[in-house]
Design a binder for this molecule. Structure first.
Ligand SMILES: [Zn+2]
Length: 549
């Protein structure tokens, strides 16, 4: 494919018409005639990405944030942007930006983020101008087919996923050919009345000239009649931001946690009453502060990538809670995901799209070290705390919730007694007949509860989660505040500690259920133990499966 073909594919995925007035998108550097076989995608254009493109044999780079956002007055090696542009030109690498047009596109970044949050029934927060003209032609009925084909081929009649859209109605056309005319119908000086079809369709403003040309070429009349009308049409599926509903009402804090989880964020801030139940959610990737007023009344929560501190008060005045997901992290996630869309669209050309492995945000995060003890990474045999519910979230908004465990470890010698929960789940067949084993002990090691039951057909991982959930519920019922969980499933332990992602759809629900239960304790620890140290729970599973319980 050539750069100009890539330009068309990108315009389909991120239509230029969705670009905000202040923004710069599309082909920013490069020659349209250059051959492309590999495309690299990144959030920003940095030195590292240019090096990766050039050394990795990529002929085109697509970034979300445009390098040439503000005017570039000279291209020299005296400044960073000049150097990057020179390098791209020297290596004949084309450079595209897909920014606000990609945020707002159907299947673009806002849609990807909204879907990942589980939002349904999505609509743009602000619908985009379609940038269309209405084209109306008056056509003899036997020429309608030919003319419509010609104008459609020139770019008319496309609405969303539909093409060749038009409306036609019959009427009567009248005319008197002049003395010098050579009419297709009738003769000079005689009033003519003919049946004509009023054929109307929409045309993107930039395609108007070729459409008019095509119409005139295909029309049999010497002087074809046509009108072009300005219209205030809006796109139904594209535009800034999205607003949609959660499947069920959820508390603000658990929506924030879901977001942390979904986008792998260690920290998510929110403002509002964490316990407030919400179900209408507006999403604006990037810096969405300017759209808060538009979201007021249509959403309970406004989710965006960047807000100023005092925007929390503005939001409160508008009746909105807000959740802020770090701008760069969120958009990097979304661009990575969108790269799959681009790659699929390029497949017919045998061209691939890959997400940059070297692109890095200029922003970095560090955590305070003093007074904190962190778990050595990957040491599954150490007891790791899951949650510490003395979270600021409950006390003063704006709060912070995290997907990763808090790193500060408070002494656990004081406070309520530490109970021990041993859990195991097993399946004969995977999936197959399954059972769970749960043992709850008090801080003296006295067994308070033993549960061994069959749970029907499940995978062994599902059974592990079911065991954990049953154990947590049992502990909640007994008023346990602090709990140490011992389990022999490394997957379960690592997922609960958020060292592993939960990708399996069949586990996600169970995982979230377990996470929700965990929040009902002051402190929960989870530890991986070898199977031979989990005999108490393991034997309950086997006895249940053997039909002995
Ligand atoms: Zn951005």
């Amino acid at each position: 494919m050539l750069v100009e073909d890539l330009e068309r594919v990108l315009d389909d995925l991120a239509p230029h018409v969705l670009t905000e007035r202040w923004d710069t998108t599309g082909l920013l550097v490069g020659r349209r005639g250059t051959e492309v076989s590999k495309v690299i995608v990144s959030l920003d254009l940095s030195e590292e990405v240019v090096v990766e493109a050039v050394t990795g044999g990529f002929q085109a780079v697509v970034t979300h944030h445009p390098l040439l956002f503000t005017p570039l007055r000279r291209v020299t090696d005296a400044d960073r942007r000049g150097i990057l542009v020179s390098q791209l030109i020297a290596a004949d690498v084309a450079y595209f930006a897909a920014h606000t047009n990609l945020d707002g596109a159907a299947g673009g970044l806002c849609d990807l983020v909204a879907h990942e949050l589980g939002l349904l029934d999505l609509h743009p927060l602000v619908r985009a101008d379609a940038g269309w003209k209405k084209f109306v032609g008056f056509v003899p009925s036997d020429a309608v087919e030919r003319i419509s084909r010609a104008v459609f081929a020139a770019g008319a009649g496309r609405i969303g996923e539909y093409r060749d859209c038009a409306y036609a109605g019959c009427g009567e056309g009248t005319f008197v050919p002049g003395p010098a005319a050579t009419p297709h119908v009738g003769s000079s000086g005689r009033r003519e009345r003919v049946v004509e079809v009023r054929f109307e369709t929409v045309v993107p403003a930039q395609s108007l000239a070729p459409v008019v040309d095509a119409y005139l070429d295909a029309h049999p009349y010497e002087e074809p009649a046509f009108d072009v009308y300005p219209i205030d049409d809006v796109l139904t599926r594209g535009g800034q931001g999205r607003v949609g509903s959660t499947r069920d009402a959820t508390s603000l804090v658990s929506l924030a946690e879901t977001a942390a989880e979904a986008f792998g964020l260690s920290e998510v801030t929110y403002a509002g009453d964490g316990e407030r139940m919400v179900d209408r959610v507006a999403v604006v990737t990037g810096s969405g502060g300017s759209l808060m007023e538009v979201a007021a009344g249509r959403a309970d929560v406004f989710v965006t990538g960047d807000l100023h501190y005092h925007d929390a008060e503005r939001a409160a005045d508008l009746g909105l809670d807000v959740i802020v997901l770090p701008h760069g992290r969120l958009e990097a996630w979304a661009m990575r995901r969108w790269t799959e869309t681009l790659d699929a669209a390029l497949r017919v050309w045998s061209v691939t799209a890959e997400f940059s492995t070297r692109g890095r945000s200029r922003w970095h995060t560090v955590r305070a070290v003093a007074g904190m003890r962190s778990e050595p990474p990957g040491s599954v045999d150490e007891v790791a705390r899951l949650f510490d519910l003395e979270q600021a979230t409950e006390q003063e908004p704006p709060g912070t919730v995290g997907a990763a465990p808090h790193e500060s470890v408070a002494a656990i010698d004081d406070g309520p007694p530490l109970f021990v929960l041993r859990t195991d789940g097993g399946s004969r067949g995977n999936p197959g007949p399954s059972a769970i084993g749960v043992v709850l002990e008090d801080d003296q090691g006295t067994v308070l509860e033993e549960i061994g039951v069959c749970i029907g057909t499940a995978t062994s991982n599902q059974a592990e989660y079911q065991a954990l959930i049953t154990g947590l519920e049992t502990a909640v019922d007994r008023g346990v505040r602090r709990l140490r969980i011992l389990a022999d499933s490394e997957l379960l332990v690592r997922q609960m500690r958020q060292e592993y992602k939960v990708r399996n759809a069949g586990l996600k629900e169970l995982y979230l259920q377990a996470r929700t239960l965990v929040r009902r304790f002051d402190r929960v620890e989870i530890k991986h133990v070898p199977r031979e140290e989990n005999v108490a729970a393991d034997s309950l599973v086997n006895r249940a499966l053997d039909g002995l319980l």
